[in-house]
Design a protein around this ligand. Structure first.
Ligand code: 13P
Ligand code: SF4
Length: 301
């Protein structure tokens, strides 16, 4: 931690000068998550909290679609992304033109879009969802069939829990698609009694082999409430690092996979963002209204 002290002190001072708050996703490294963030959470919590921010500046310690969502929900604020290259393989897997083609191919079928997408894709959608509310959103529509884009595995995991027929796209999270049921069998053999929590972006066979599946916030709640003796989080590595700080009695078994996009956000990048007010996120006015409507419909569910 000592190596981070200079950046941490500078960021805390810059936040005051700029009247800024830092929103951080659960996959941010512990020095960001625990030392400089004002609000932490999963994608759903960050979208909700962004709406409530009163400060002039929001720094999104997360990936680009999260910063776009914050800007959509609170357009009068300056929203900074410390590294504009922080993307997401799911967001990259689908374009607005793809969504328009899906609508032509499946007329009348509502399009439920994971928040891990660009604002332009959200604008072509009927409603958004996150991993924390996907089933609820799908069932709220009261229809027998929906399109759920772009995460194939999230769609198939939700399909396993609901009677609604779900048509999926072929996007995958490059972090979660790499986990296999064989990994889980090996972990259980090597660490008897380990409780296995997985993210719903994992393949359905991985979720089926786990003890619990849920969004990053649900995983945190599970650990906080149940205090398992040994747990493995089948997700991005910083989840375990952050929870291990809060729950020293719980043994966190690895492995995990790193998200290269989340890892572009560093203390140095946050400090630079606040020093230079870069990079501000702007949303094309032609898509902002419709994209915001999709997110607001989700938040109303
Ligand atoms: P959560 O909404 O569960 O935090 O997930 C976001 C994400 O990018 C997972 O890979
Ligand atoms: Fe995207 Fe996966 Fe990284 Fe989450 S973990 S930001 S879904 S690539």
């Amino acid at each position: 931690w000592a190596g981070f002290a200079d950046d941490i002190r500078a960021i805390i001072e810059l936040k005051k000068q700029r009247n800024a708050v830092i929103l951080a996703h659960n996959y941010q490294t512990p020095e960001i998550f625990h030392c400089v963030s004002d609000i932490v959470g999963d994608s759903l919590a960050l979208a909700r909290e962004a709406q409530e921010v009163d400060a002039d500046v929001i720094v999104m310690a997360g990936v680009h679609f999260m910063a776009e969502t914050a800007k959509l929900m609170n357009p009068s604020k300056t929203v900074l992304i410390p590294d504009a290259r922080a993307g997401c393989s799911l967001a990259d897997s689908i374009t607005p033109a793809d969504v328009r083609l899906l609508r032509e191919r499946f007329p009348g079928v509502p399009i439920v879009t994971y928040v891990n997408t660009s604002a332009a894709v959200k604008a072509e959608s009927d409603i958004c969802c996150t991993s924390g509310n996907a089933r609820k959103v799908v069932e709220s529509l009261g229809v027998p069939r929906v399109l759920m884009i772009p995460d194939e595995f999230l769609a198939r995991n939700v399909a396993a829990e609901t009677d609604v027929e779900i048509l999926a796209w072929h996007g995958h999270c490059e972090v979660h698609e790499r986990f296999t049921p064989a990994d889980i069998a090996a972990l259980r053999a090597a660490h008897p009694g380990v409780v296995v929590l997985s993210h719903p972006e994992c393949p359905p066979e991985v979720v089926a082999a786990s003890d619990f599946a849920g969004s990053t916030a649900r995983m945190s709640e599970f650990v906080a409430e149940r205090q398992p003796q040994r747990v493995v989080l089948i997700t991005e590595c910083s989840m375990s690092d952050n929870l291990a700080v809060q729950h020293p009695k719980v043994e966190f078994v690895r492995p995990c996979n790193l998200c290269p996009h989340m890892k572009r956000i560093t203390l140095g990048a946050i400090r630079h963002a606040l020093e230079t007010m870069s990079e501000p996120v702007e949303i094309d006015p032609s898509v902002a209204f419709a994209a915001r409507r999709s997110v607001e419909r989700m938040l109303a569910v």
